[in-house]
Design a protein around this ligand. Sequence first.
Ligand code: NCD
Ligand code: ZN
Length: 352
Amino acid sequence: MNSSKRSLTLRTPDDCHLHLRDAEMLKRAVNHTASEFGRAVVMPNLKTPVTTVKRARDYRKRIQAAVEDQFSFIPLMTLYLTDNTRPDDITEAATTDWLVGAKLYPAGATTNSSSGVSSIVKLMPILEKMAQTGLILQVHGEVTDPHIDIFDREAVFIEQVLSPIVHELPELKIVLEHITTRQGIEFVKTSSENIAGSLTPQHMLFNRNELFRGGMRPHHYCLPILKRENHRAALASAATSGNPKFFLGTDSAPHAQQAKEAACGCAGCYSAHAAMPMYARLFEHYEALDKLEQFSSVNGAHFYGLDLNPGTITLAKESWQVPDSYSVENGESVVPLFAGEKMDWKVIPDMT
Ligand code: NCD
Ligand code: ZN
């Protein structure tokens, strides 16, 4: 990586956890991502979840069709696991080179997860098949028991659900997605090399105070929810440490403004418009800009067994103002993270 005071050139990064939605929202979101990233692991929680290889193939085509010509972007897909997923779905998925995993949403844990998995015991044959075929399990690591405090749901999931799975199937490769707690960091650090974790910008830049700074801030509400400062600090320190088990996954999750600013607002933060500038801000704060490339462009690719991206992107130390919102062709709009605020790093388009 070349770095100077004012700019930073790094190998084109990968976003290992991304929500793109469909139709007009897809068109908006994918081109923000494609302007910074070479590939992304696209989450399957559409309104009609991506539960089969056929649905994943069709969705992938819709994504590719929505990417503007100026960008080169490869969508990597993941299947949505349900109580009805069949071992054959896994076998078929593993024969493709563009389906890189299957996602476990505990039923009811988050946006569009009602068809998720209700019994881990029943899922075990599927997980065994994944271990055999090398398909990676991506995990939304929260229990759904309403009696468990929302701030404890990740730690309880690790203890009650994830640890037993890892114990039972040590050869299964797992990504604990969007880690938000020091327990999550510890779990990944102390597990075998088959266990890795993705980290979002919001969980490393903000603690839970941000949800209520000067009033209730629905655009900072996502799941897992922002945590206490000591957890945020543990995540930031893991990301900037150079540990190859941790990599970039934005969890950028666009929702229409009206759906967020509502009596029962949706969970999800939109960060695709400025993801790399946000990570650069964090790494700069921790005096670890020299570790950014490994976190964003190397560790994820290695864990997924992919070649590194060929090109580079350049980040310049240049102030710009994030718009209050981005419009979507269907008349909706999306309020991004840092709306109306200044970012101090900017992605400079590749002129070659
Ligand atoms: C995601 C979404 O909106 O699809 N929301 C979120 O708060 N992160 C779902 C998810 O990843 O949990
Ligand atoms: Zn997500």
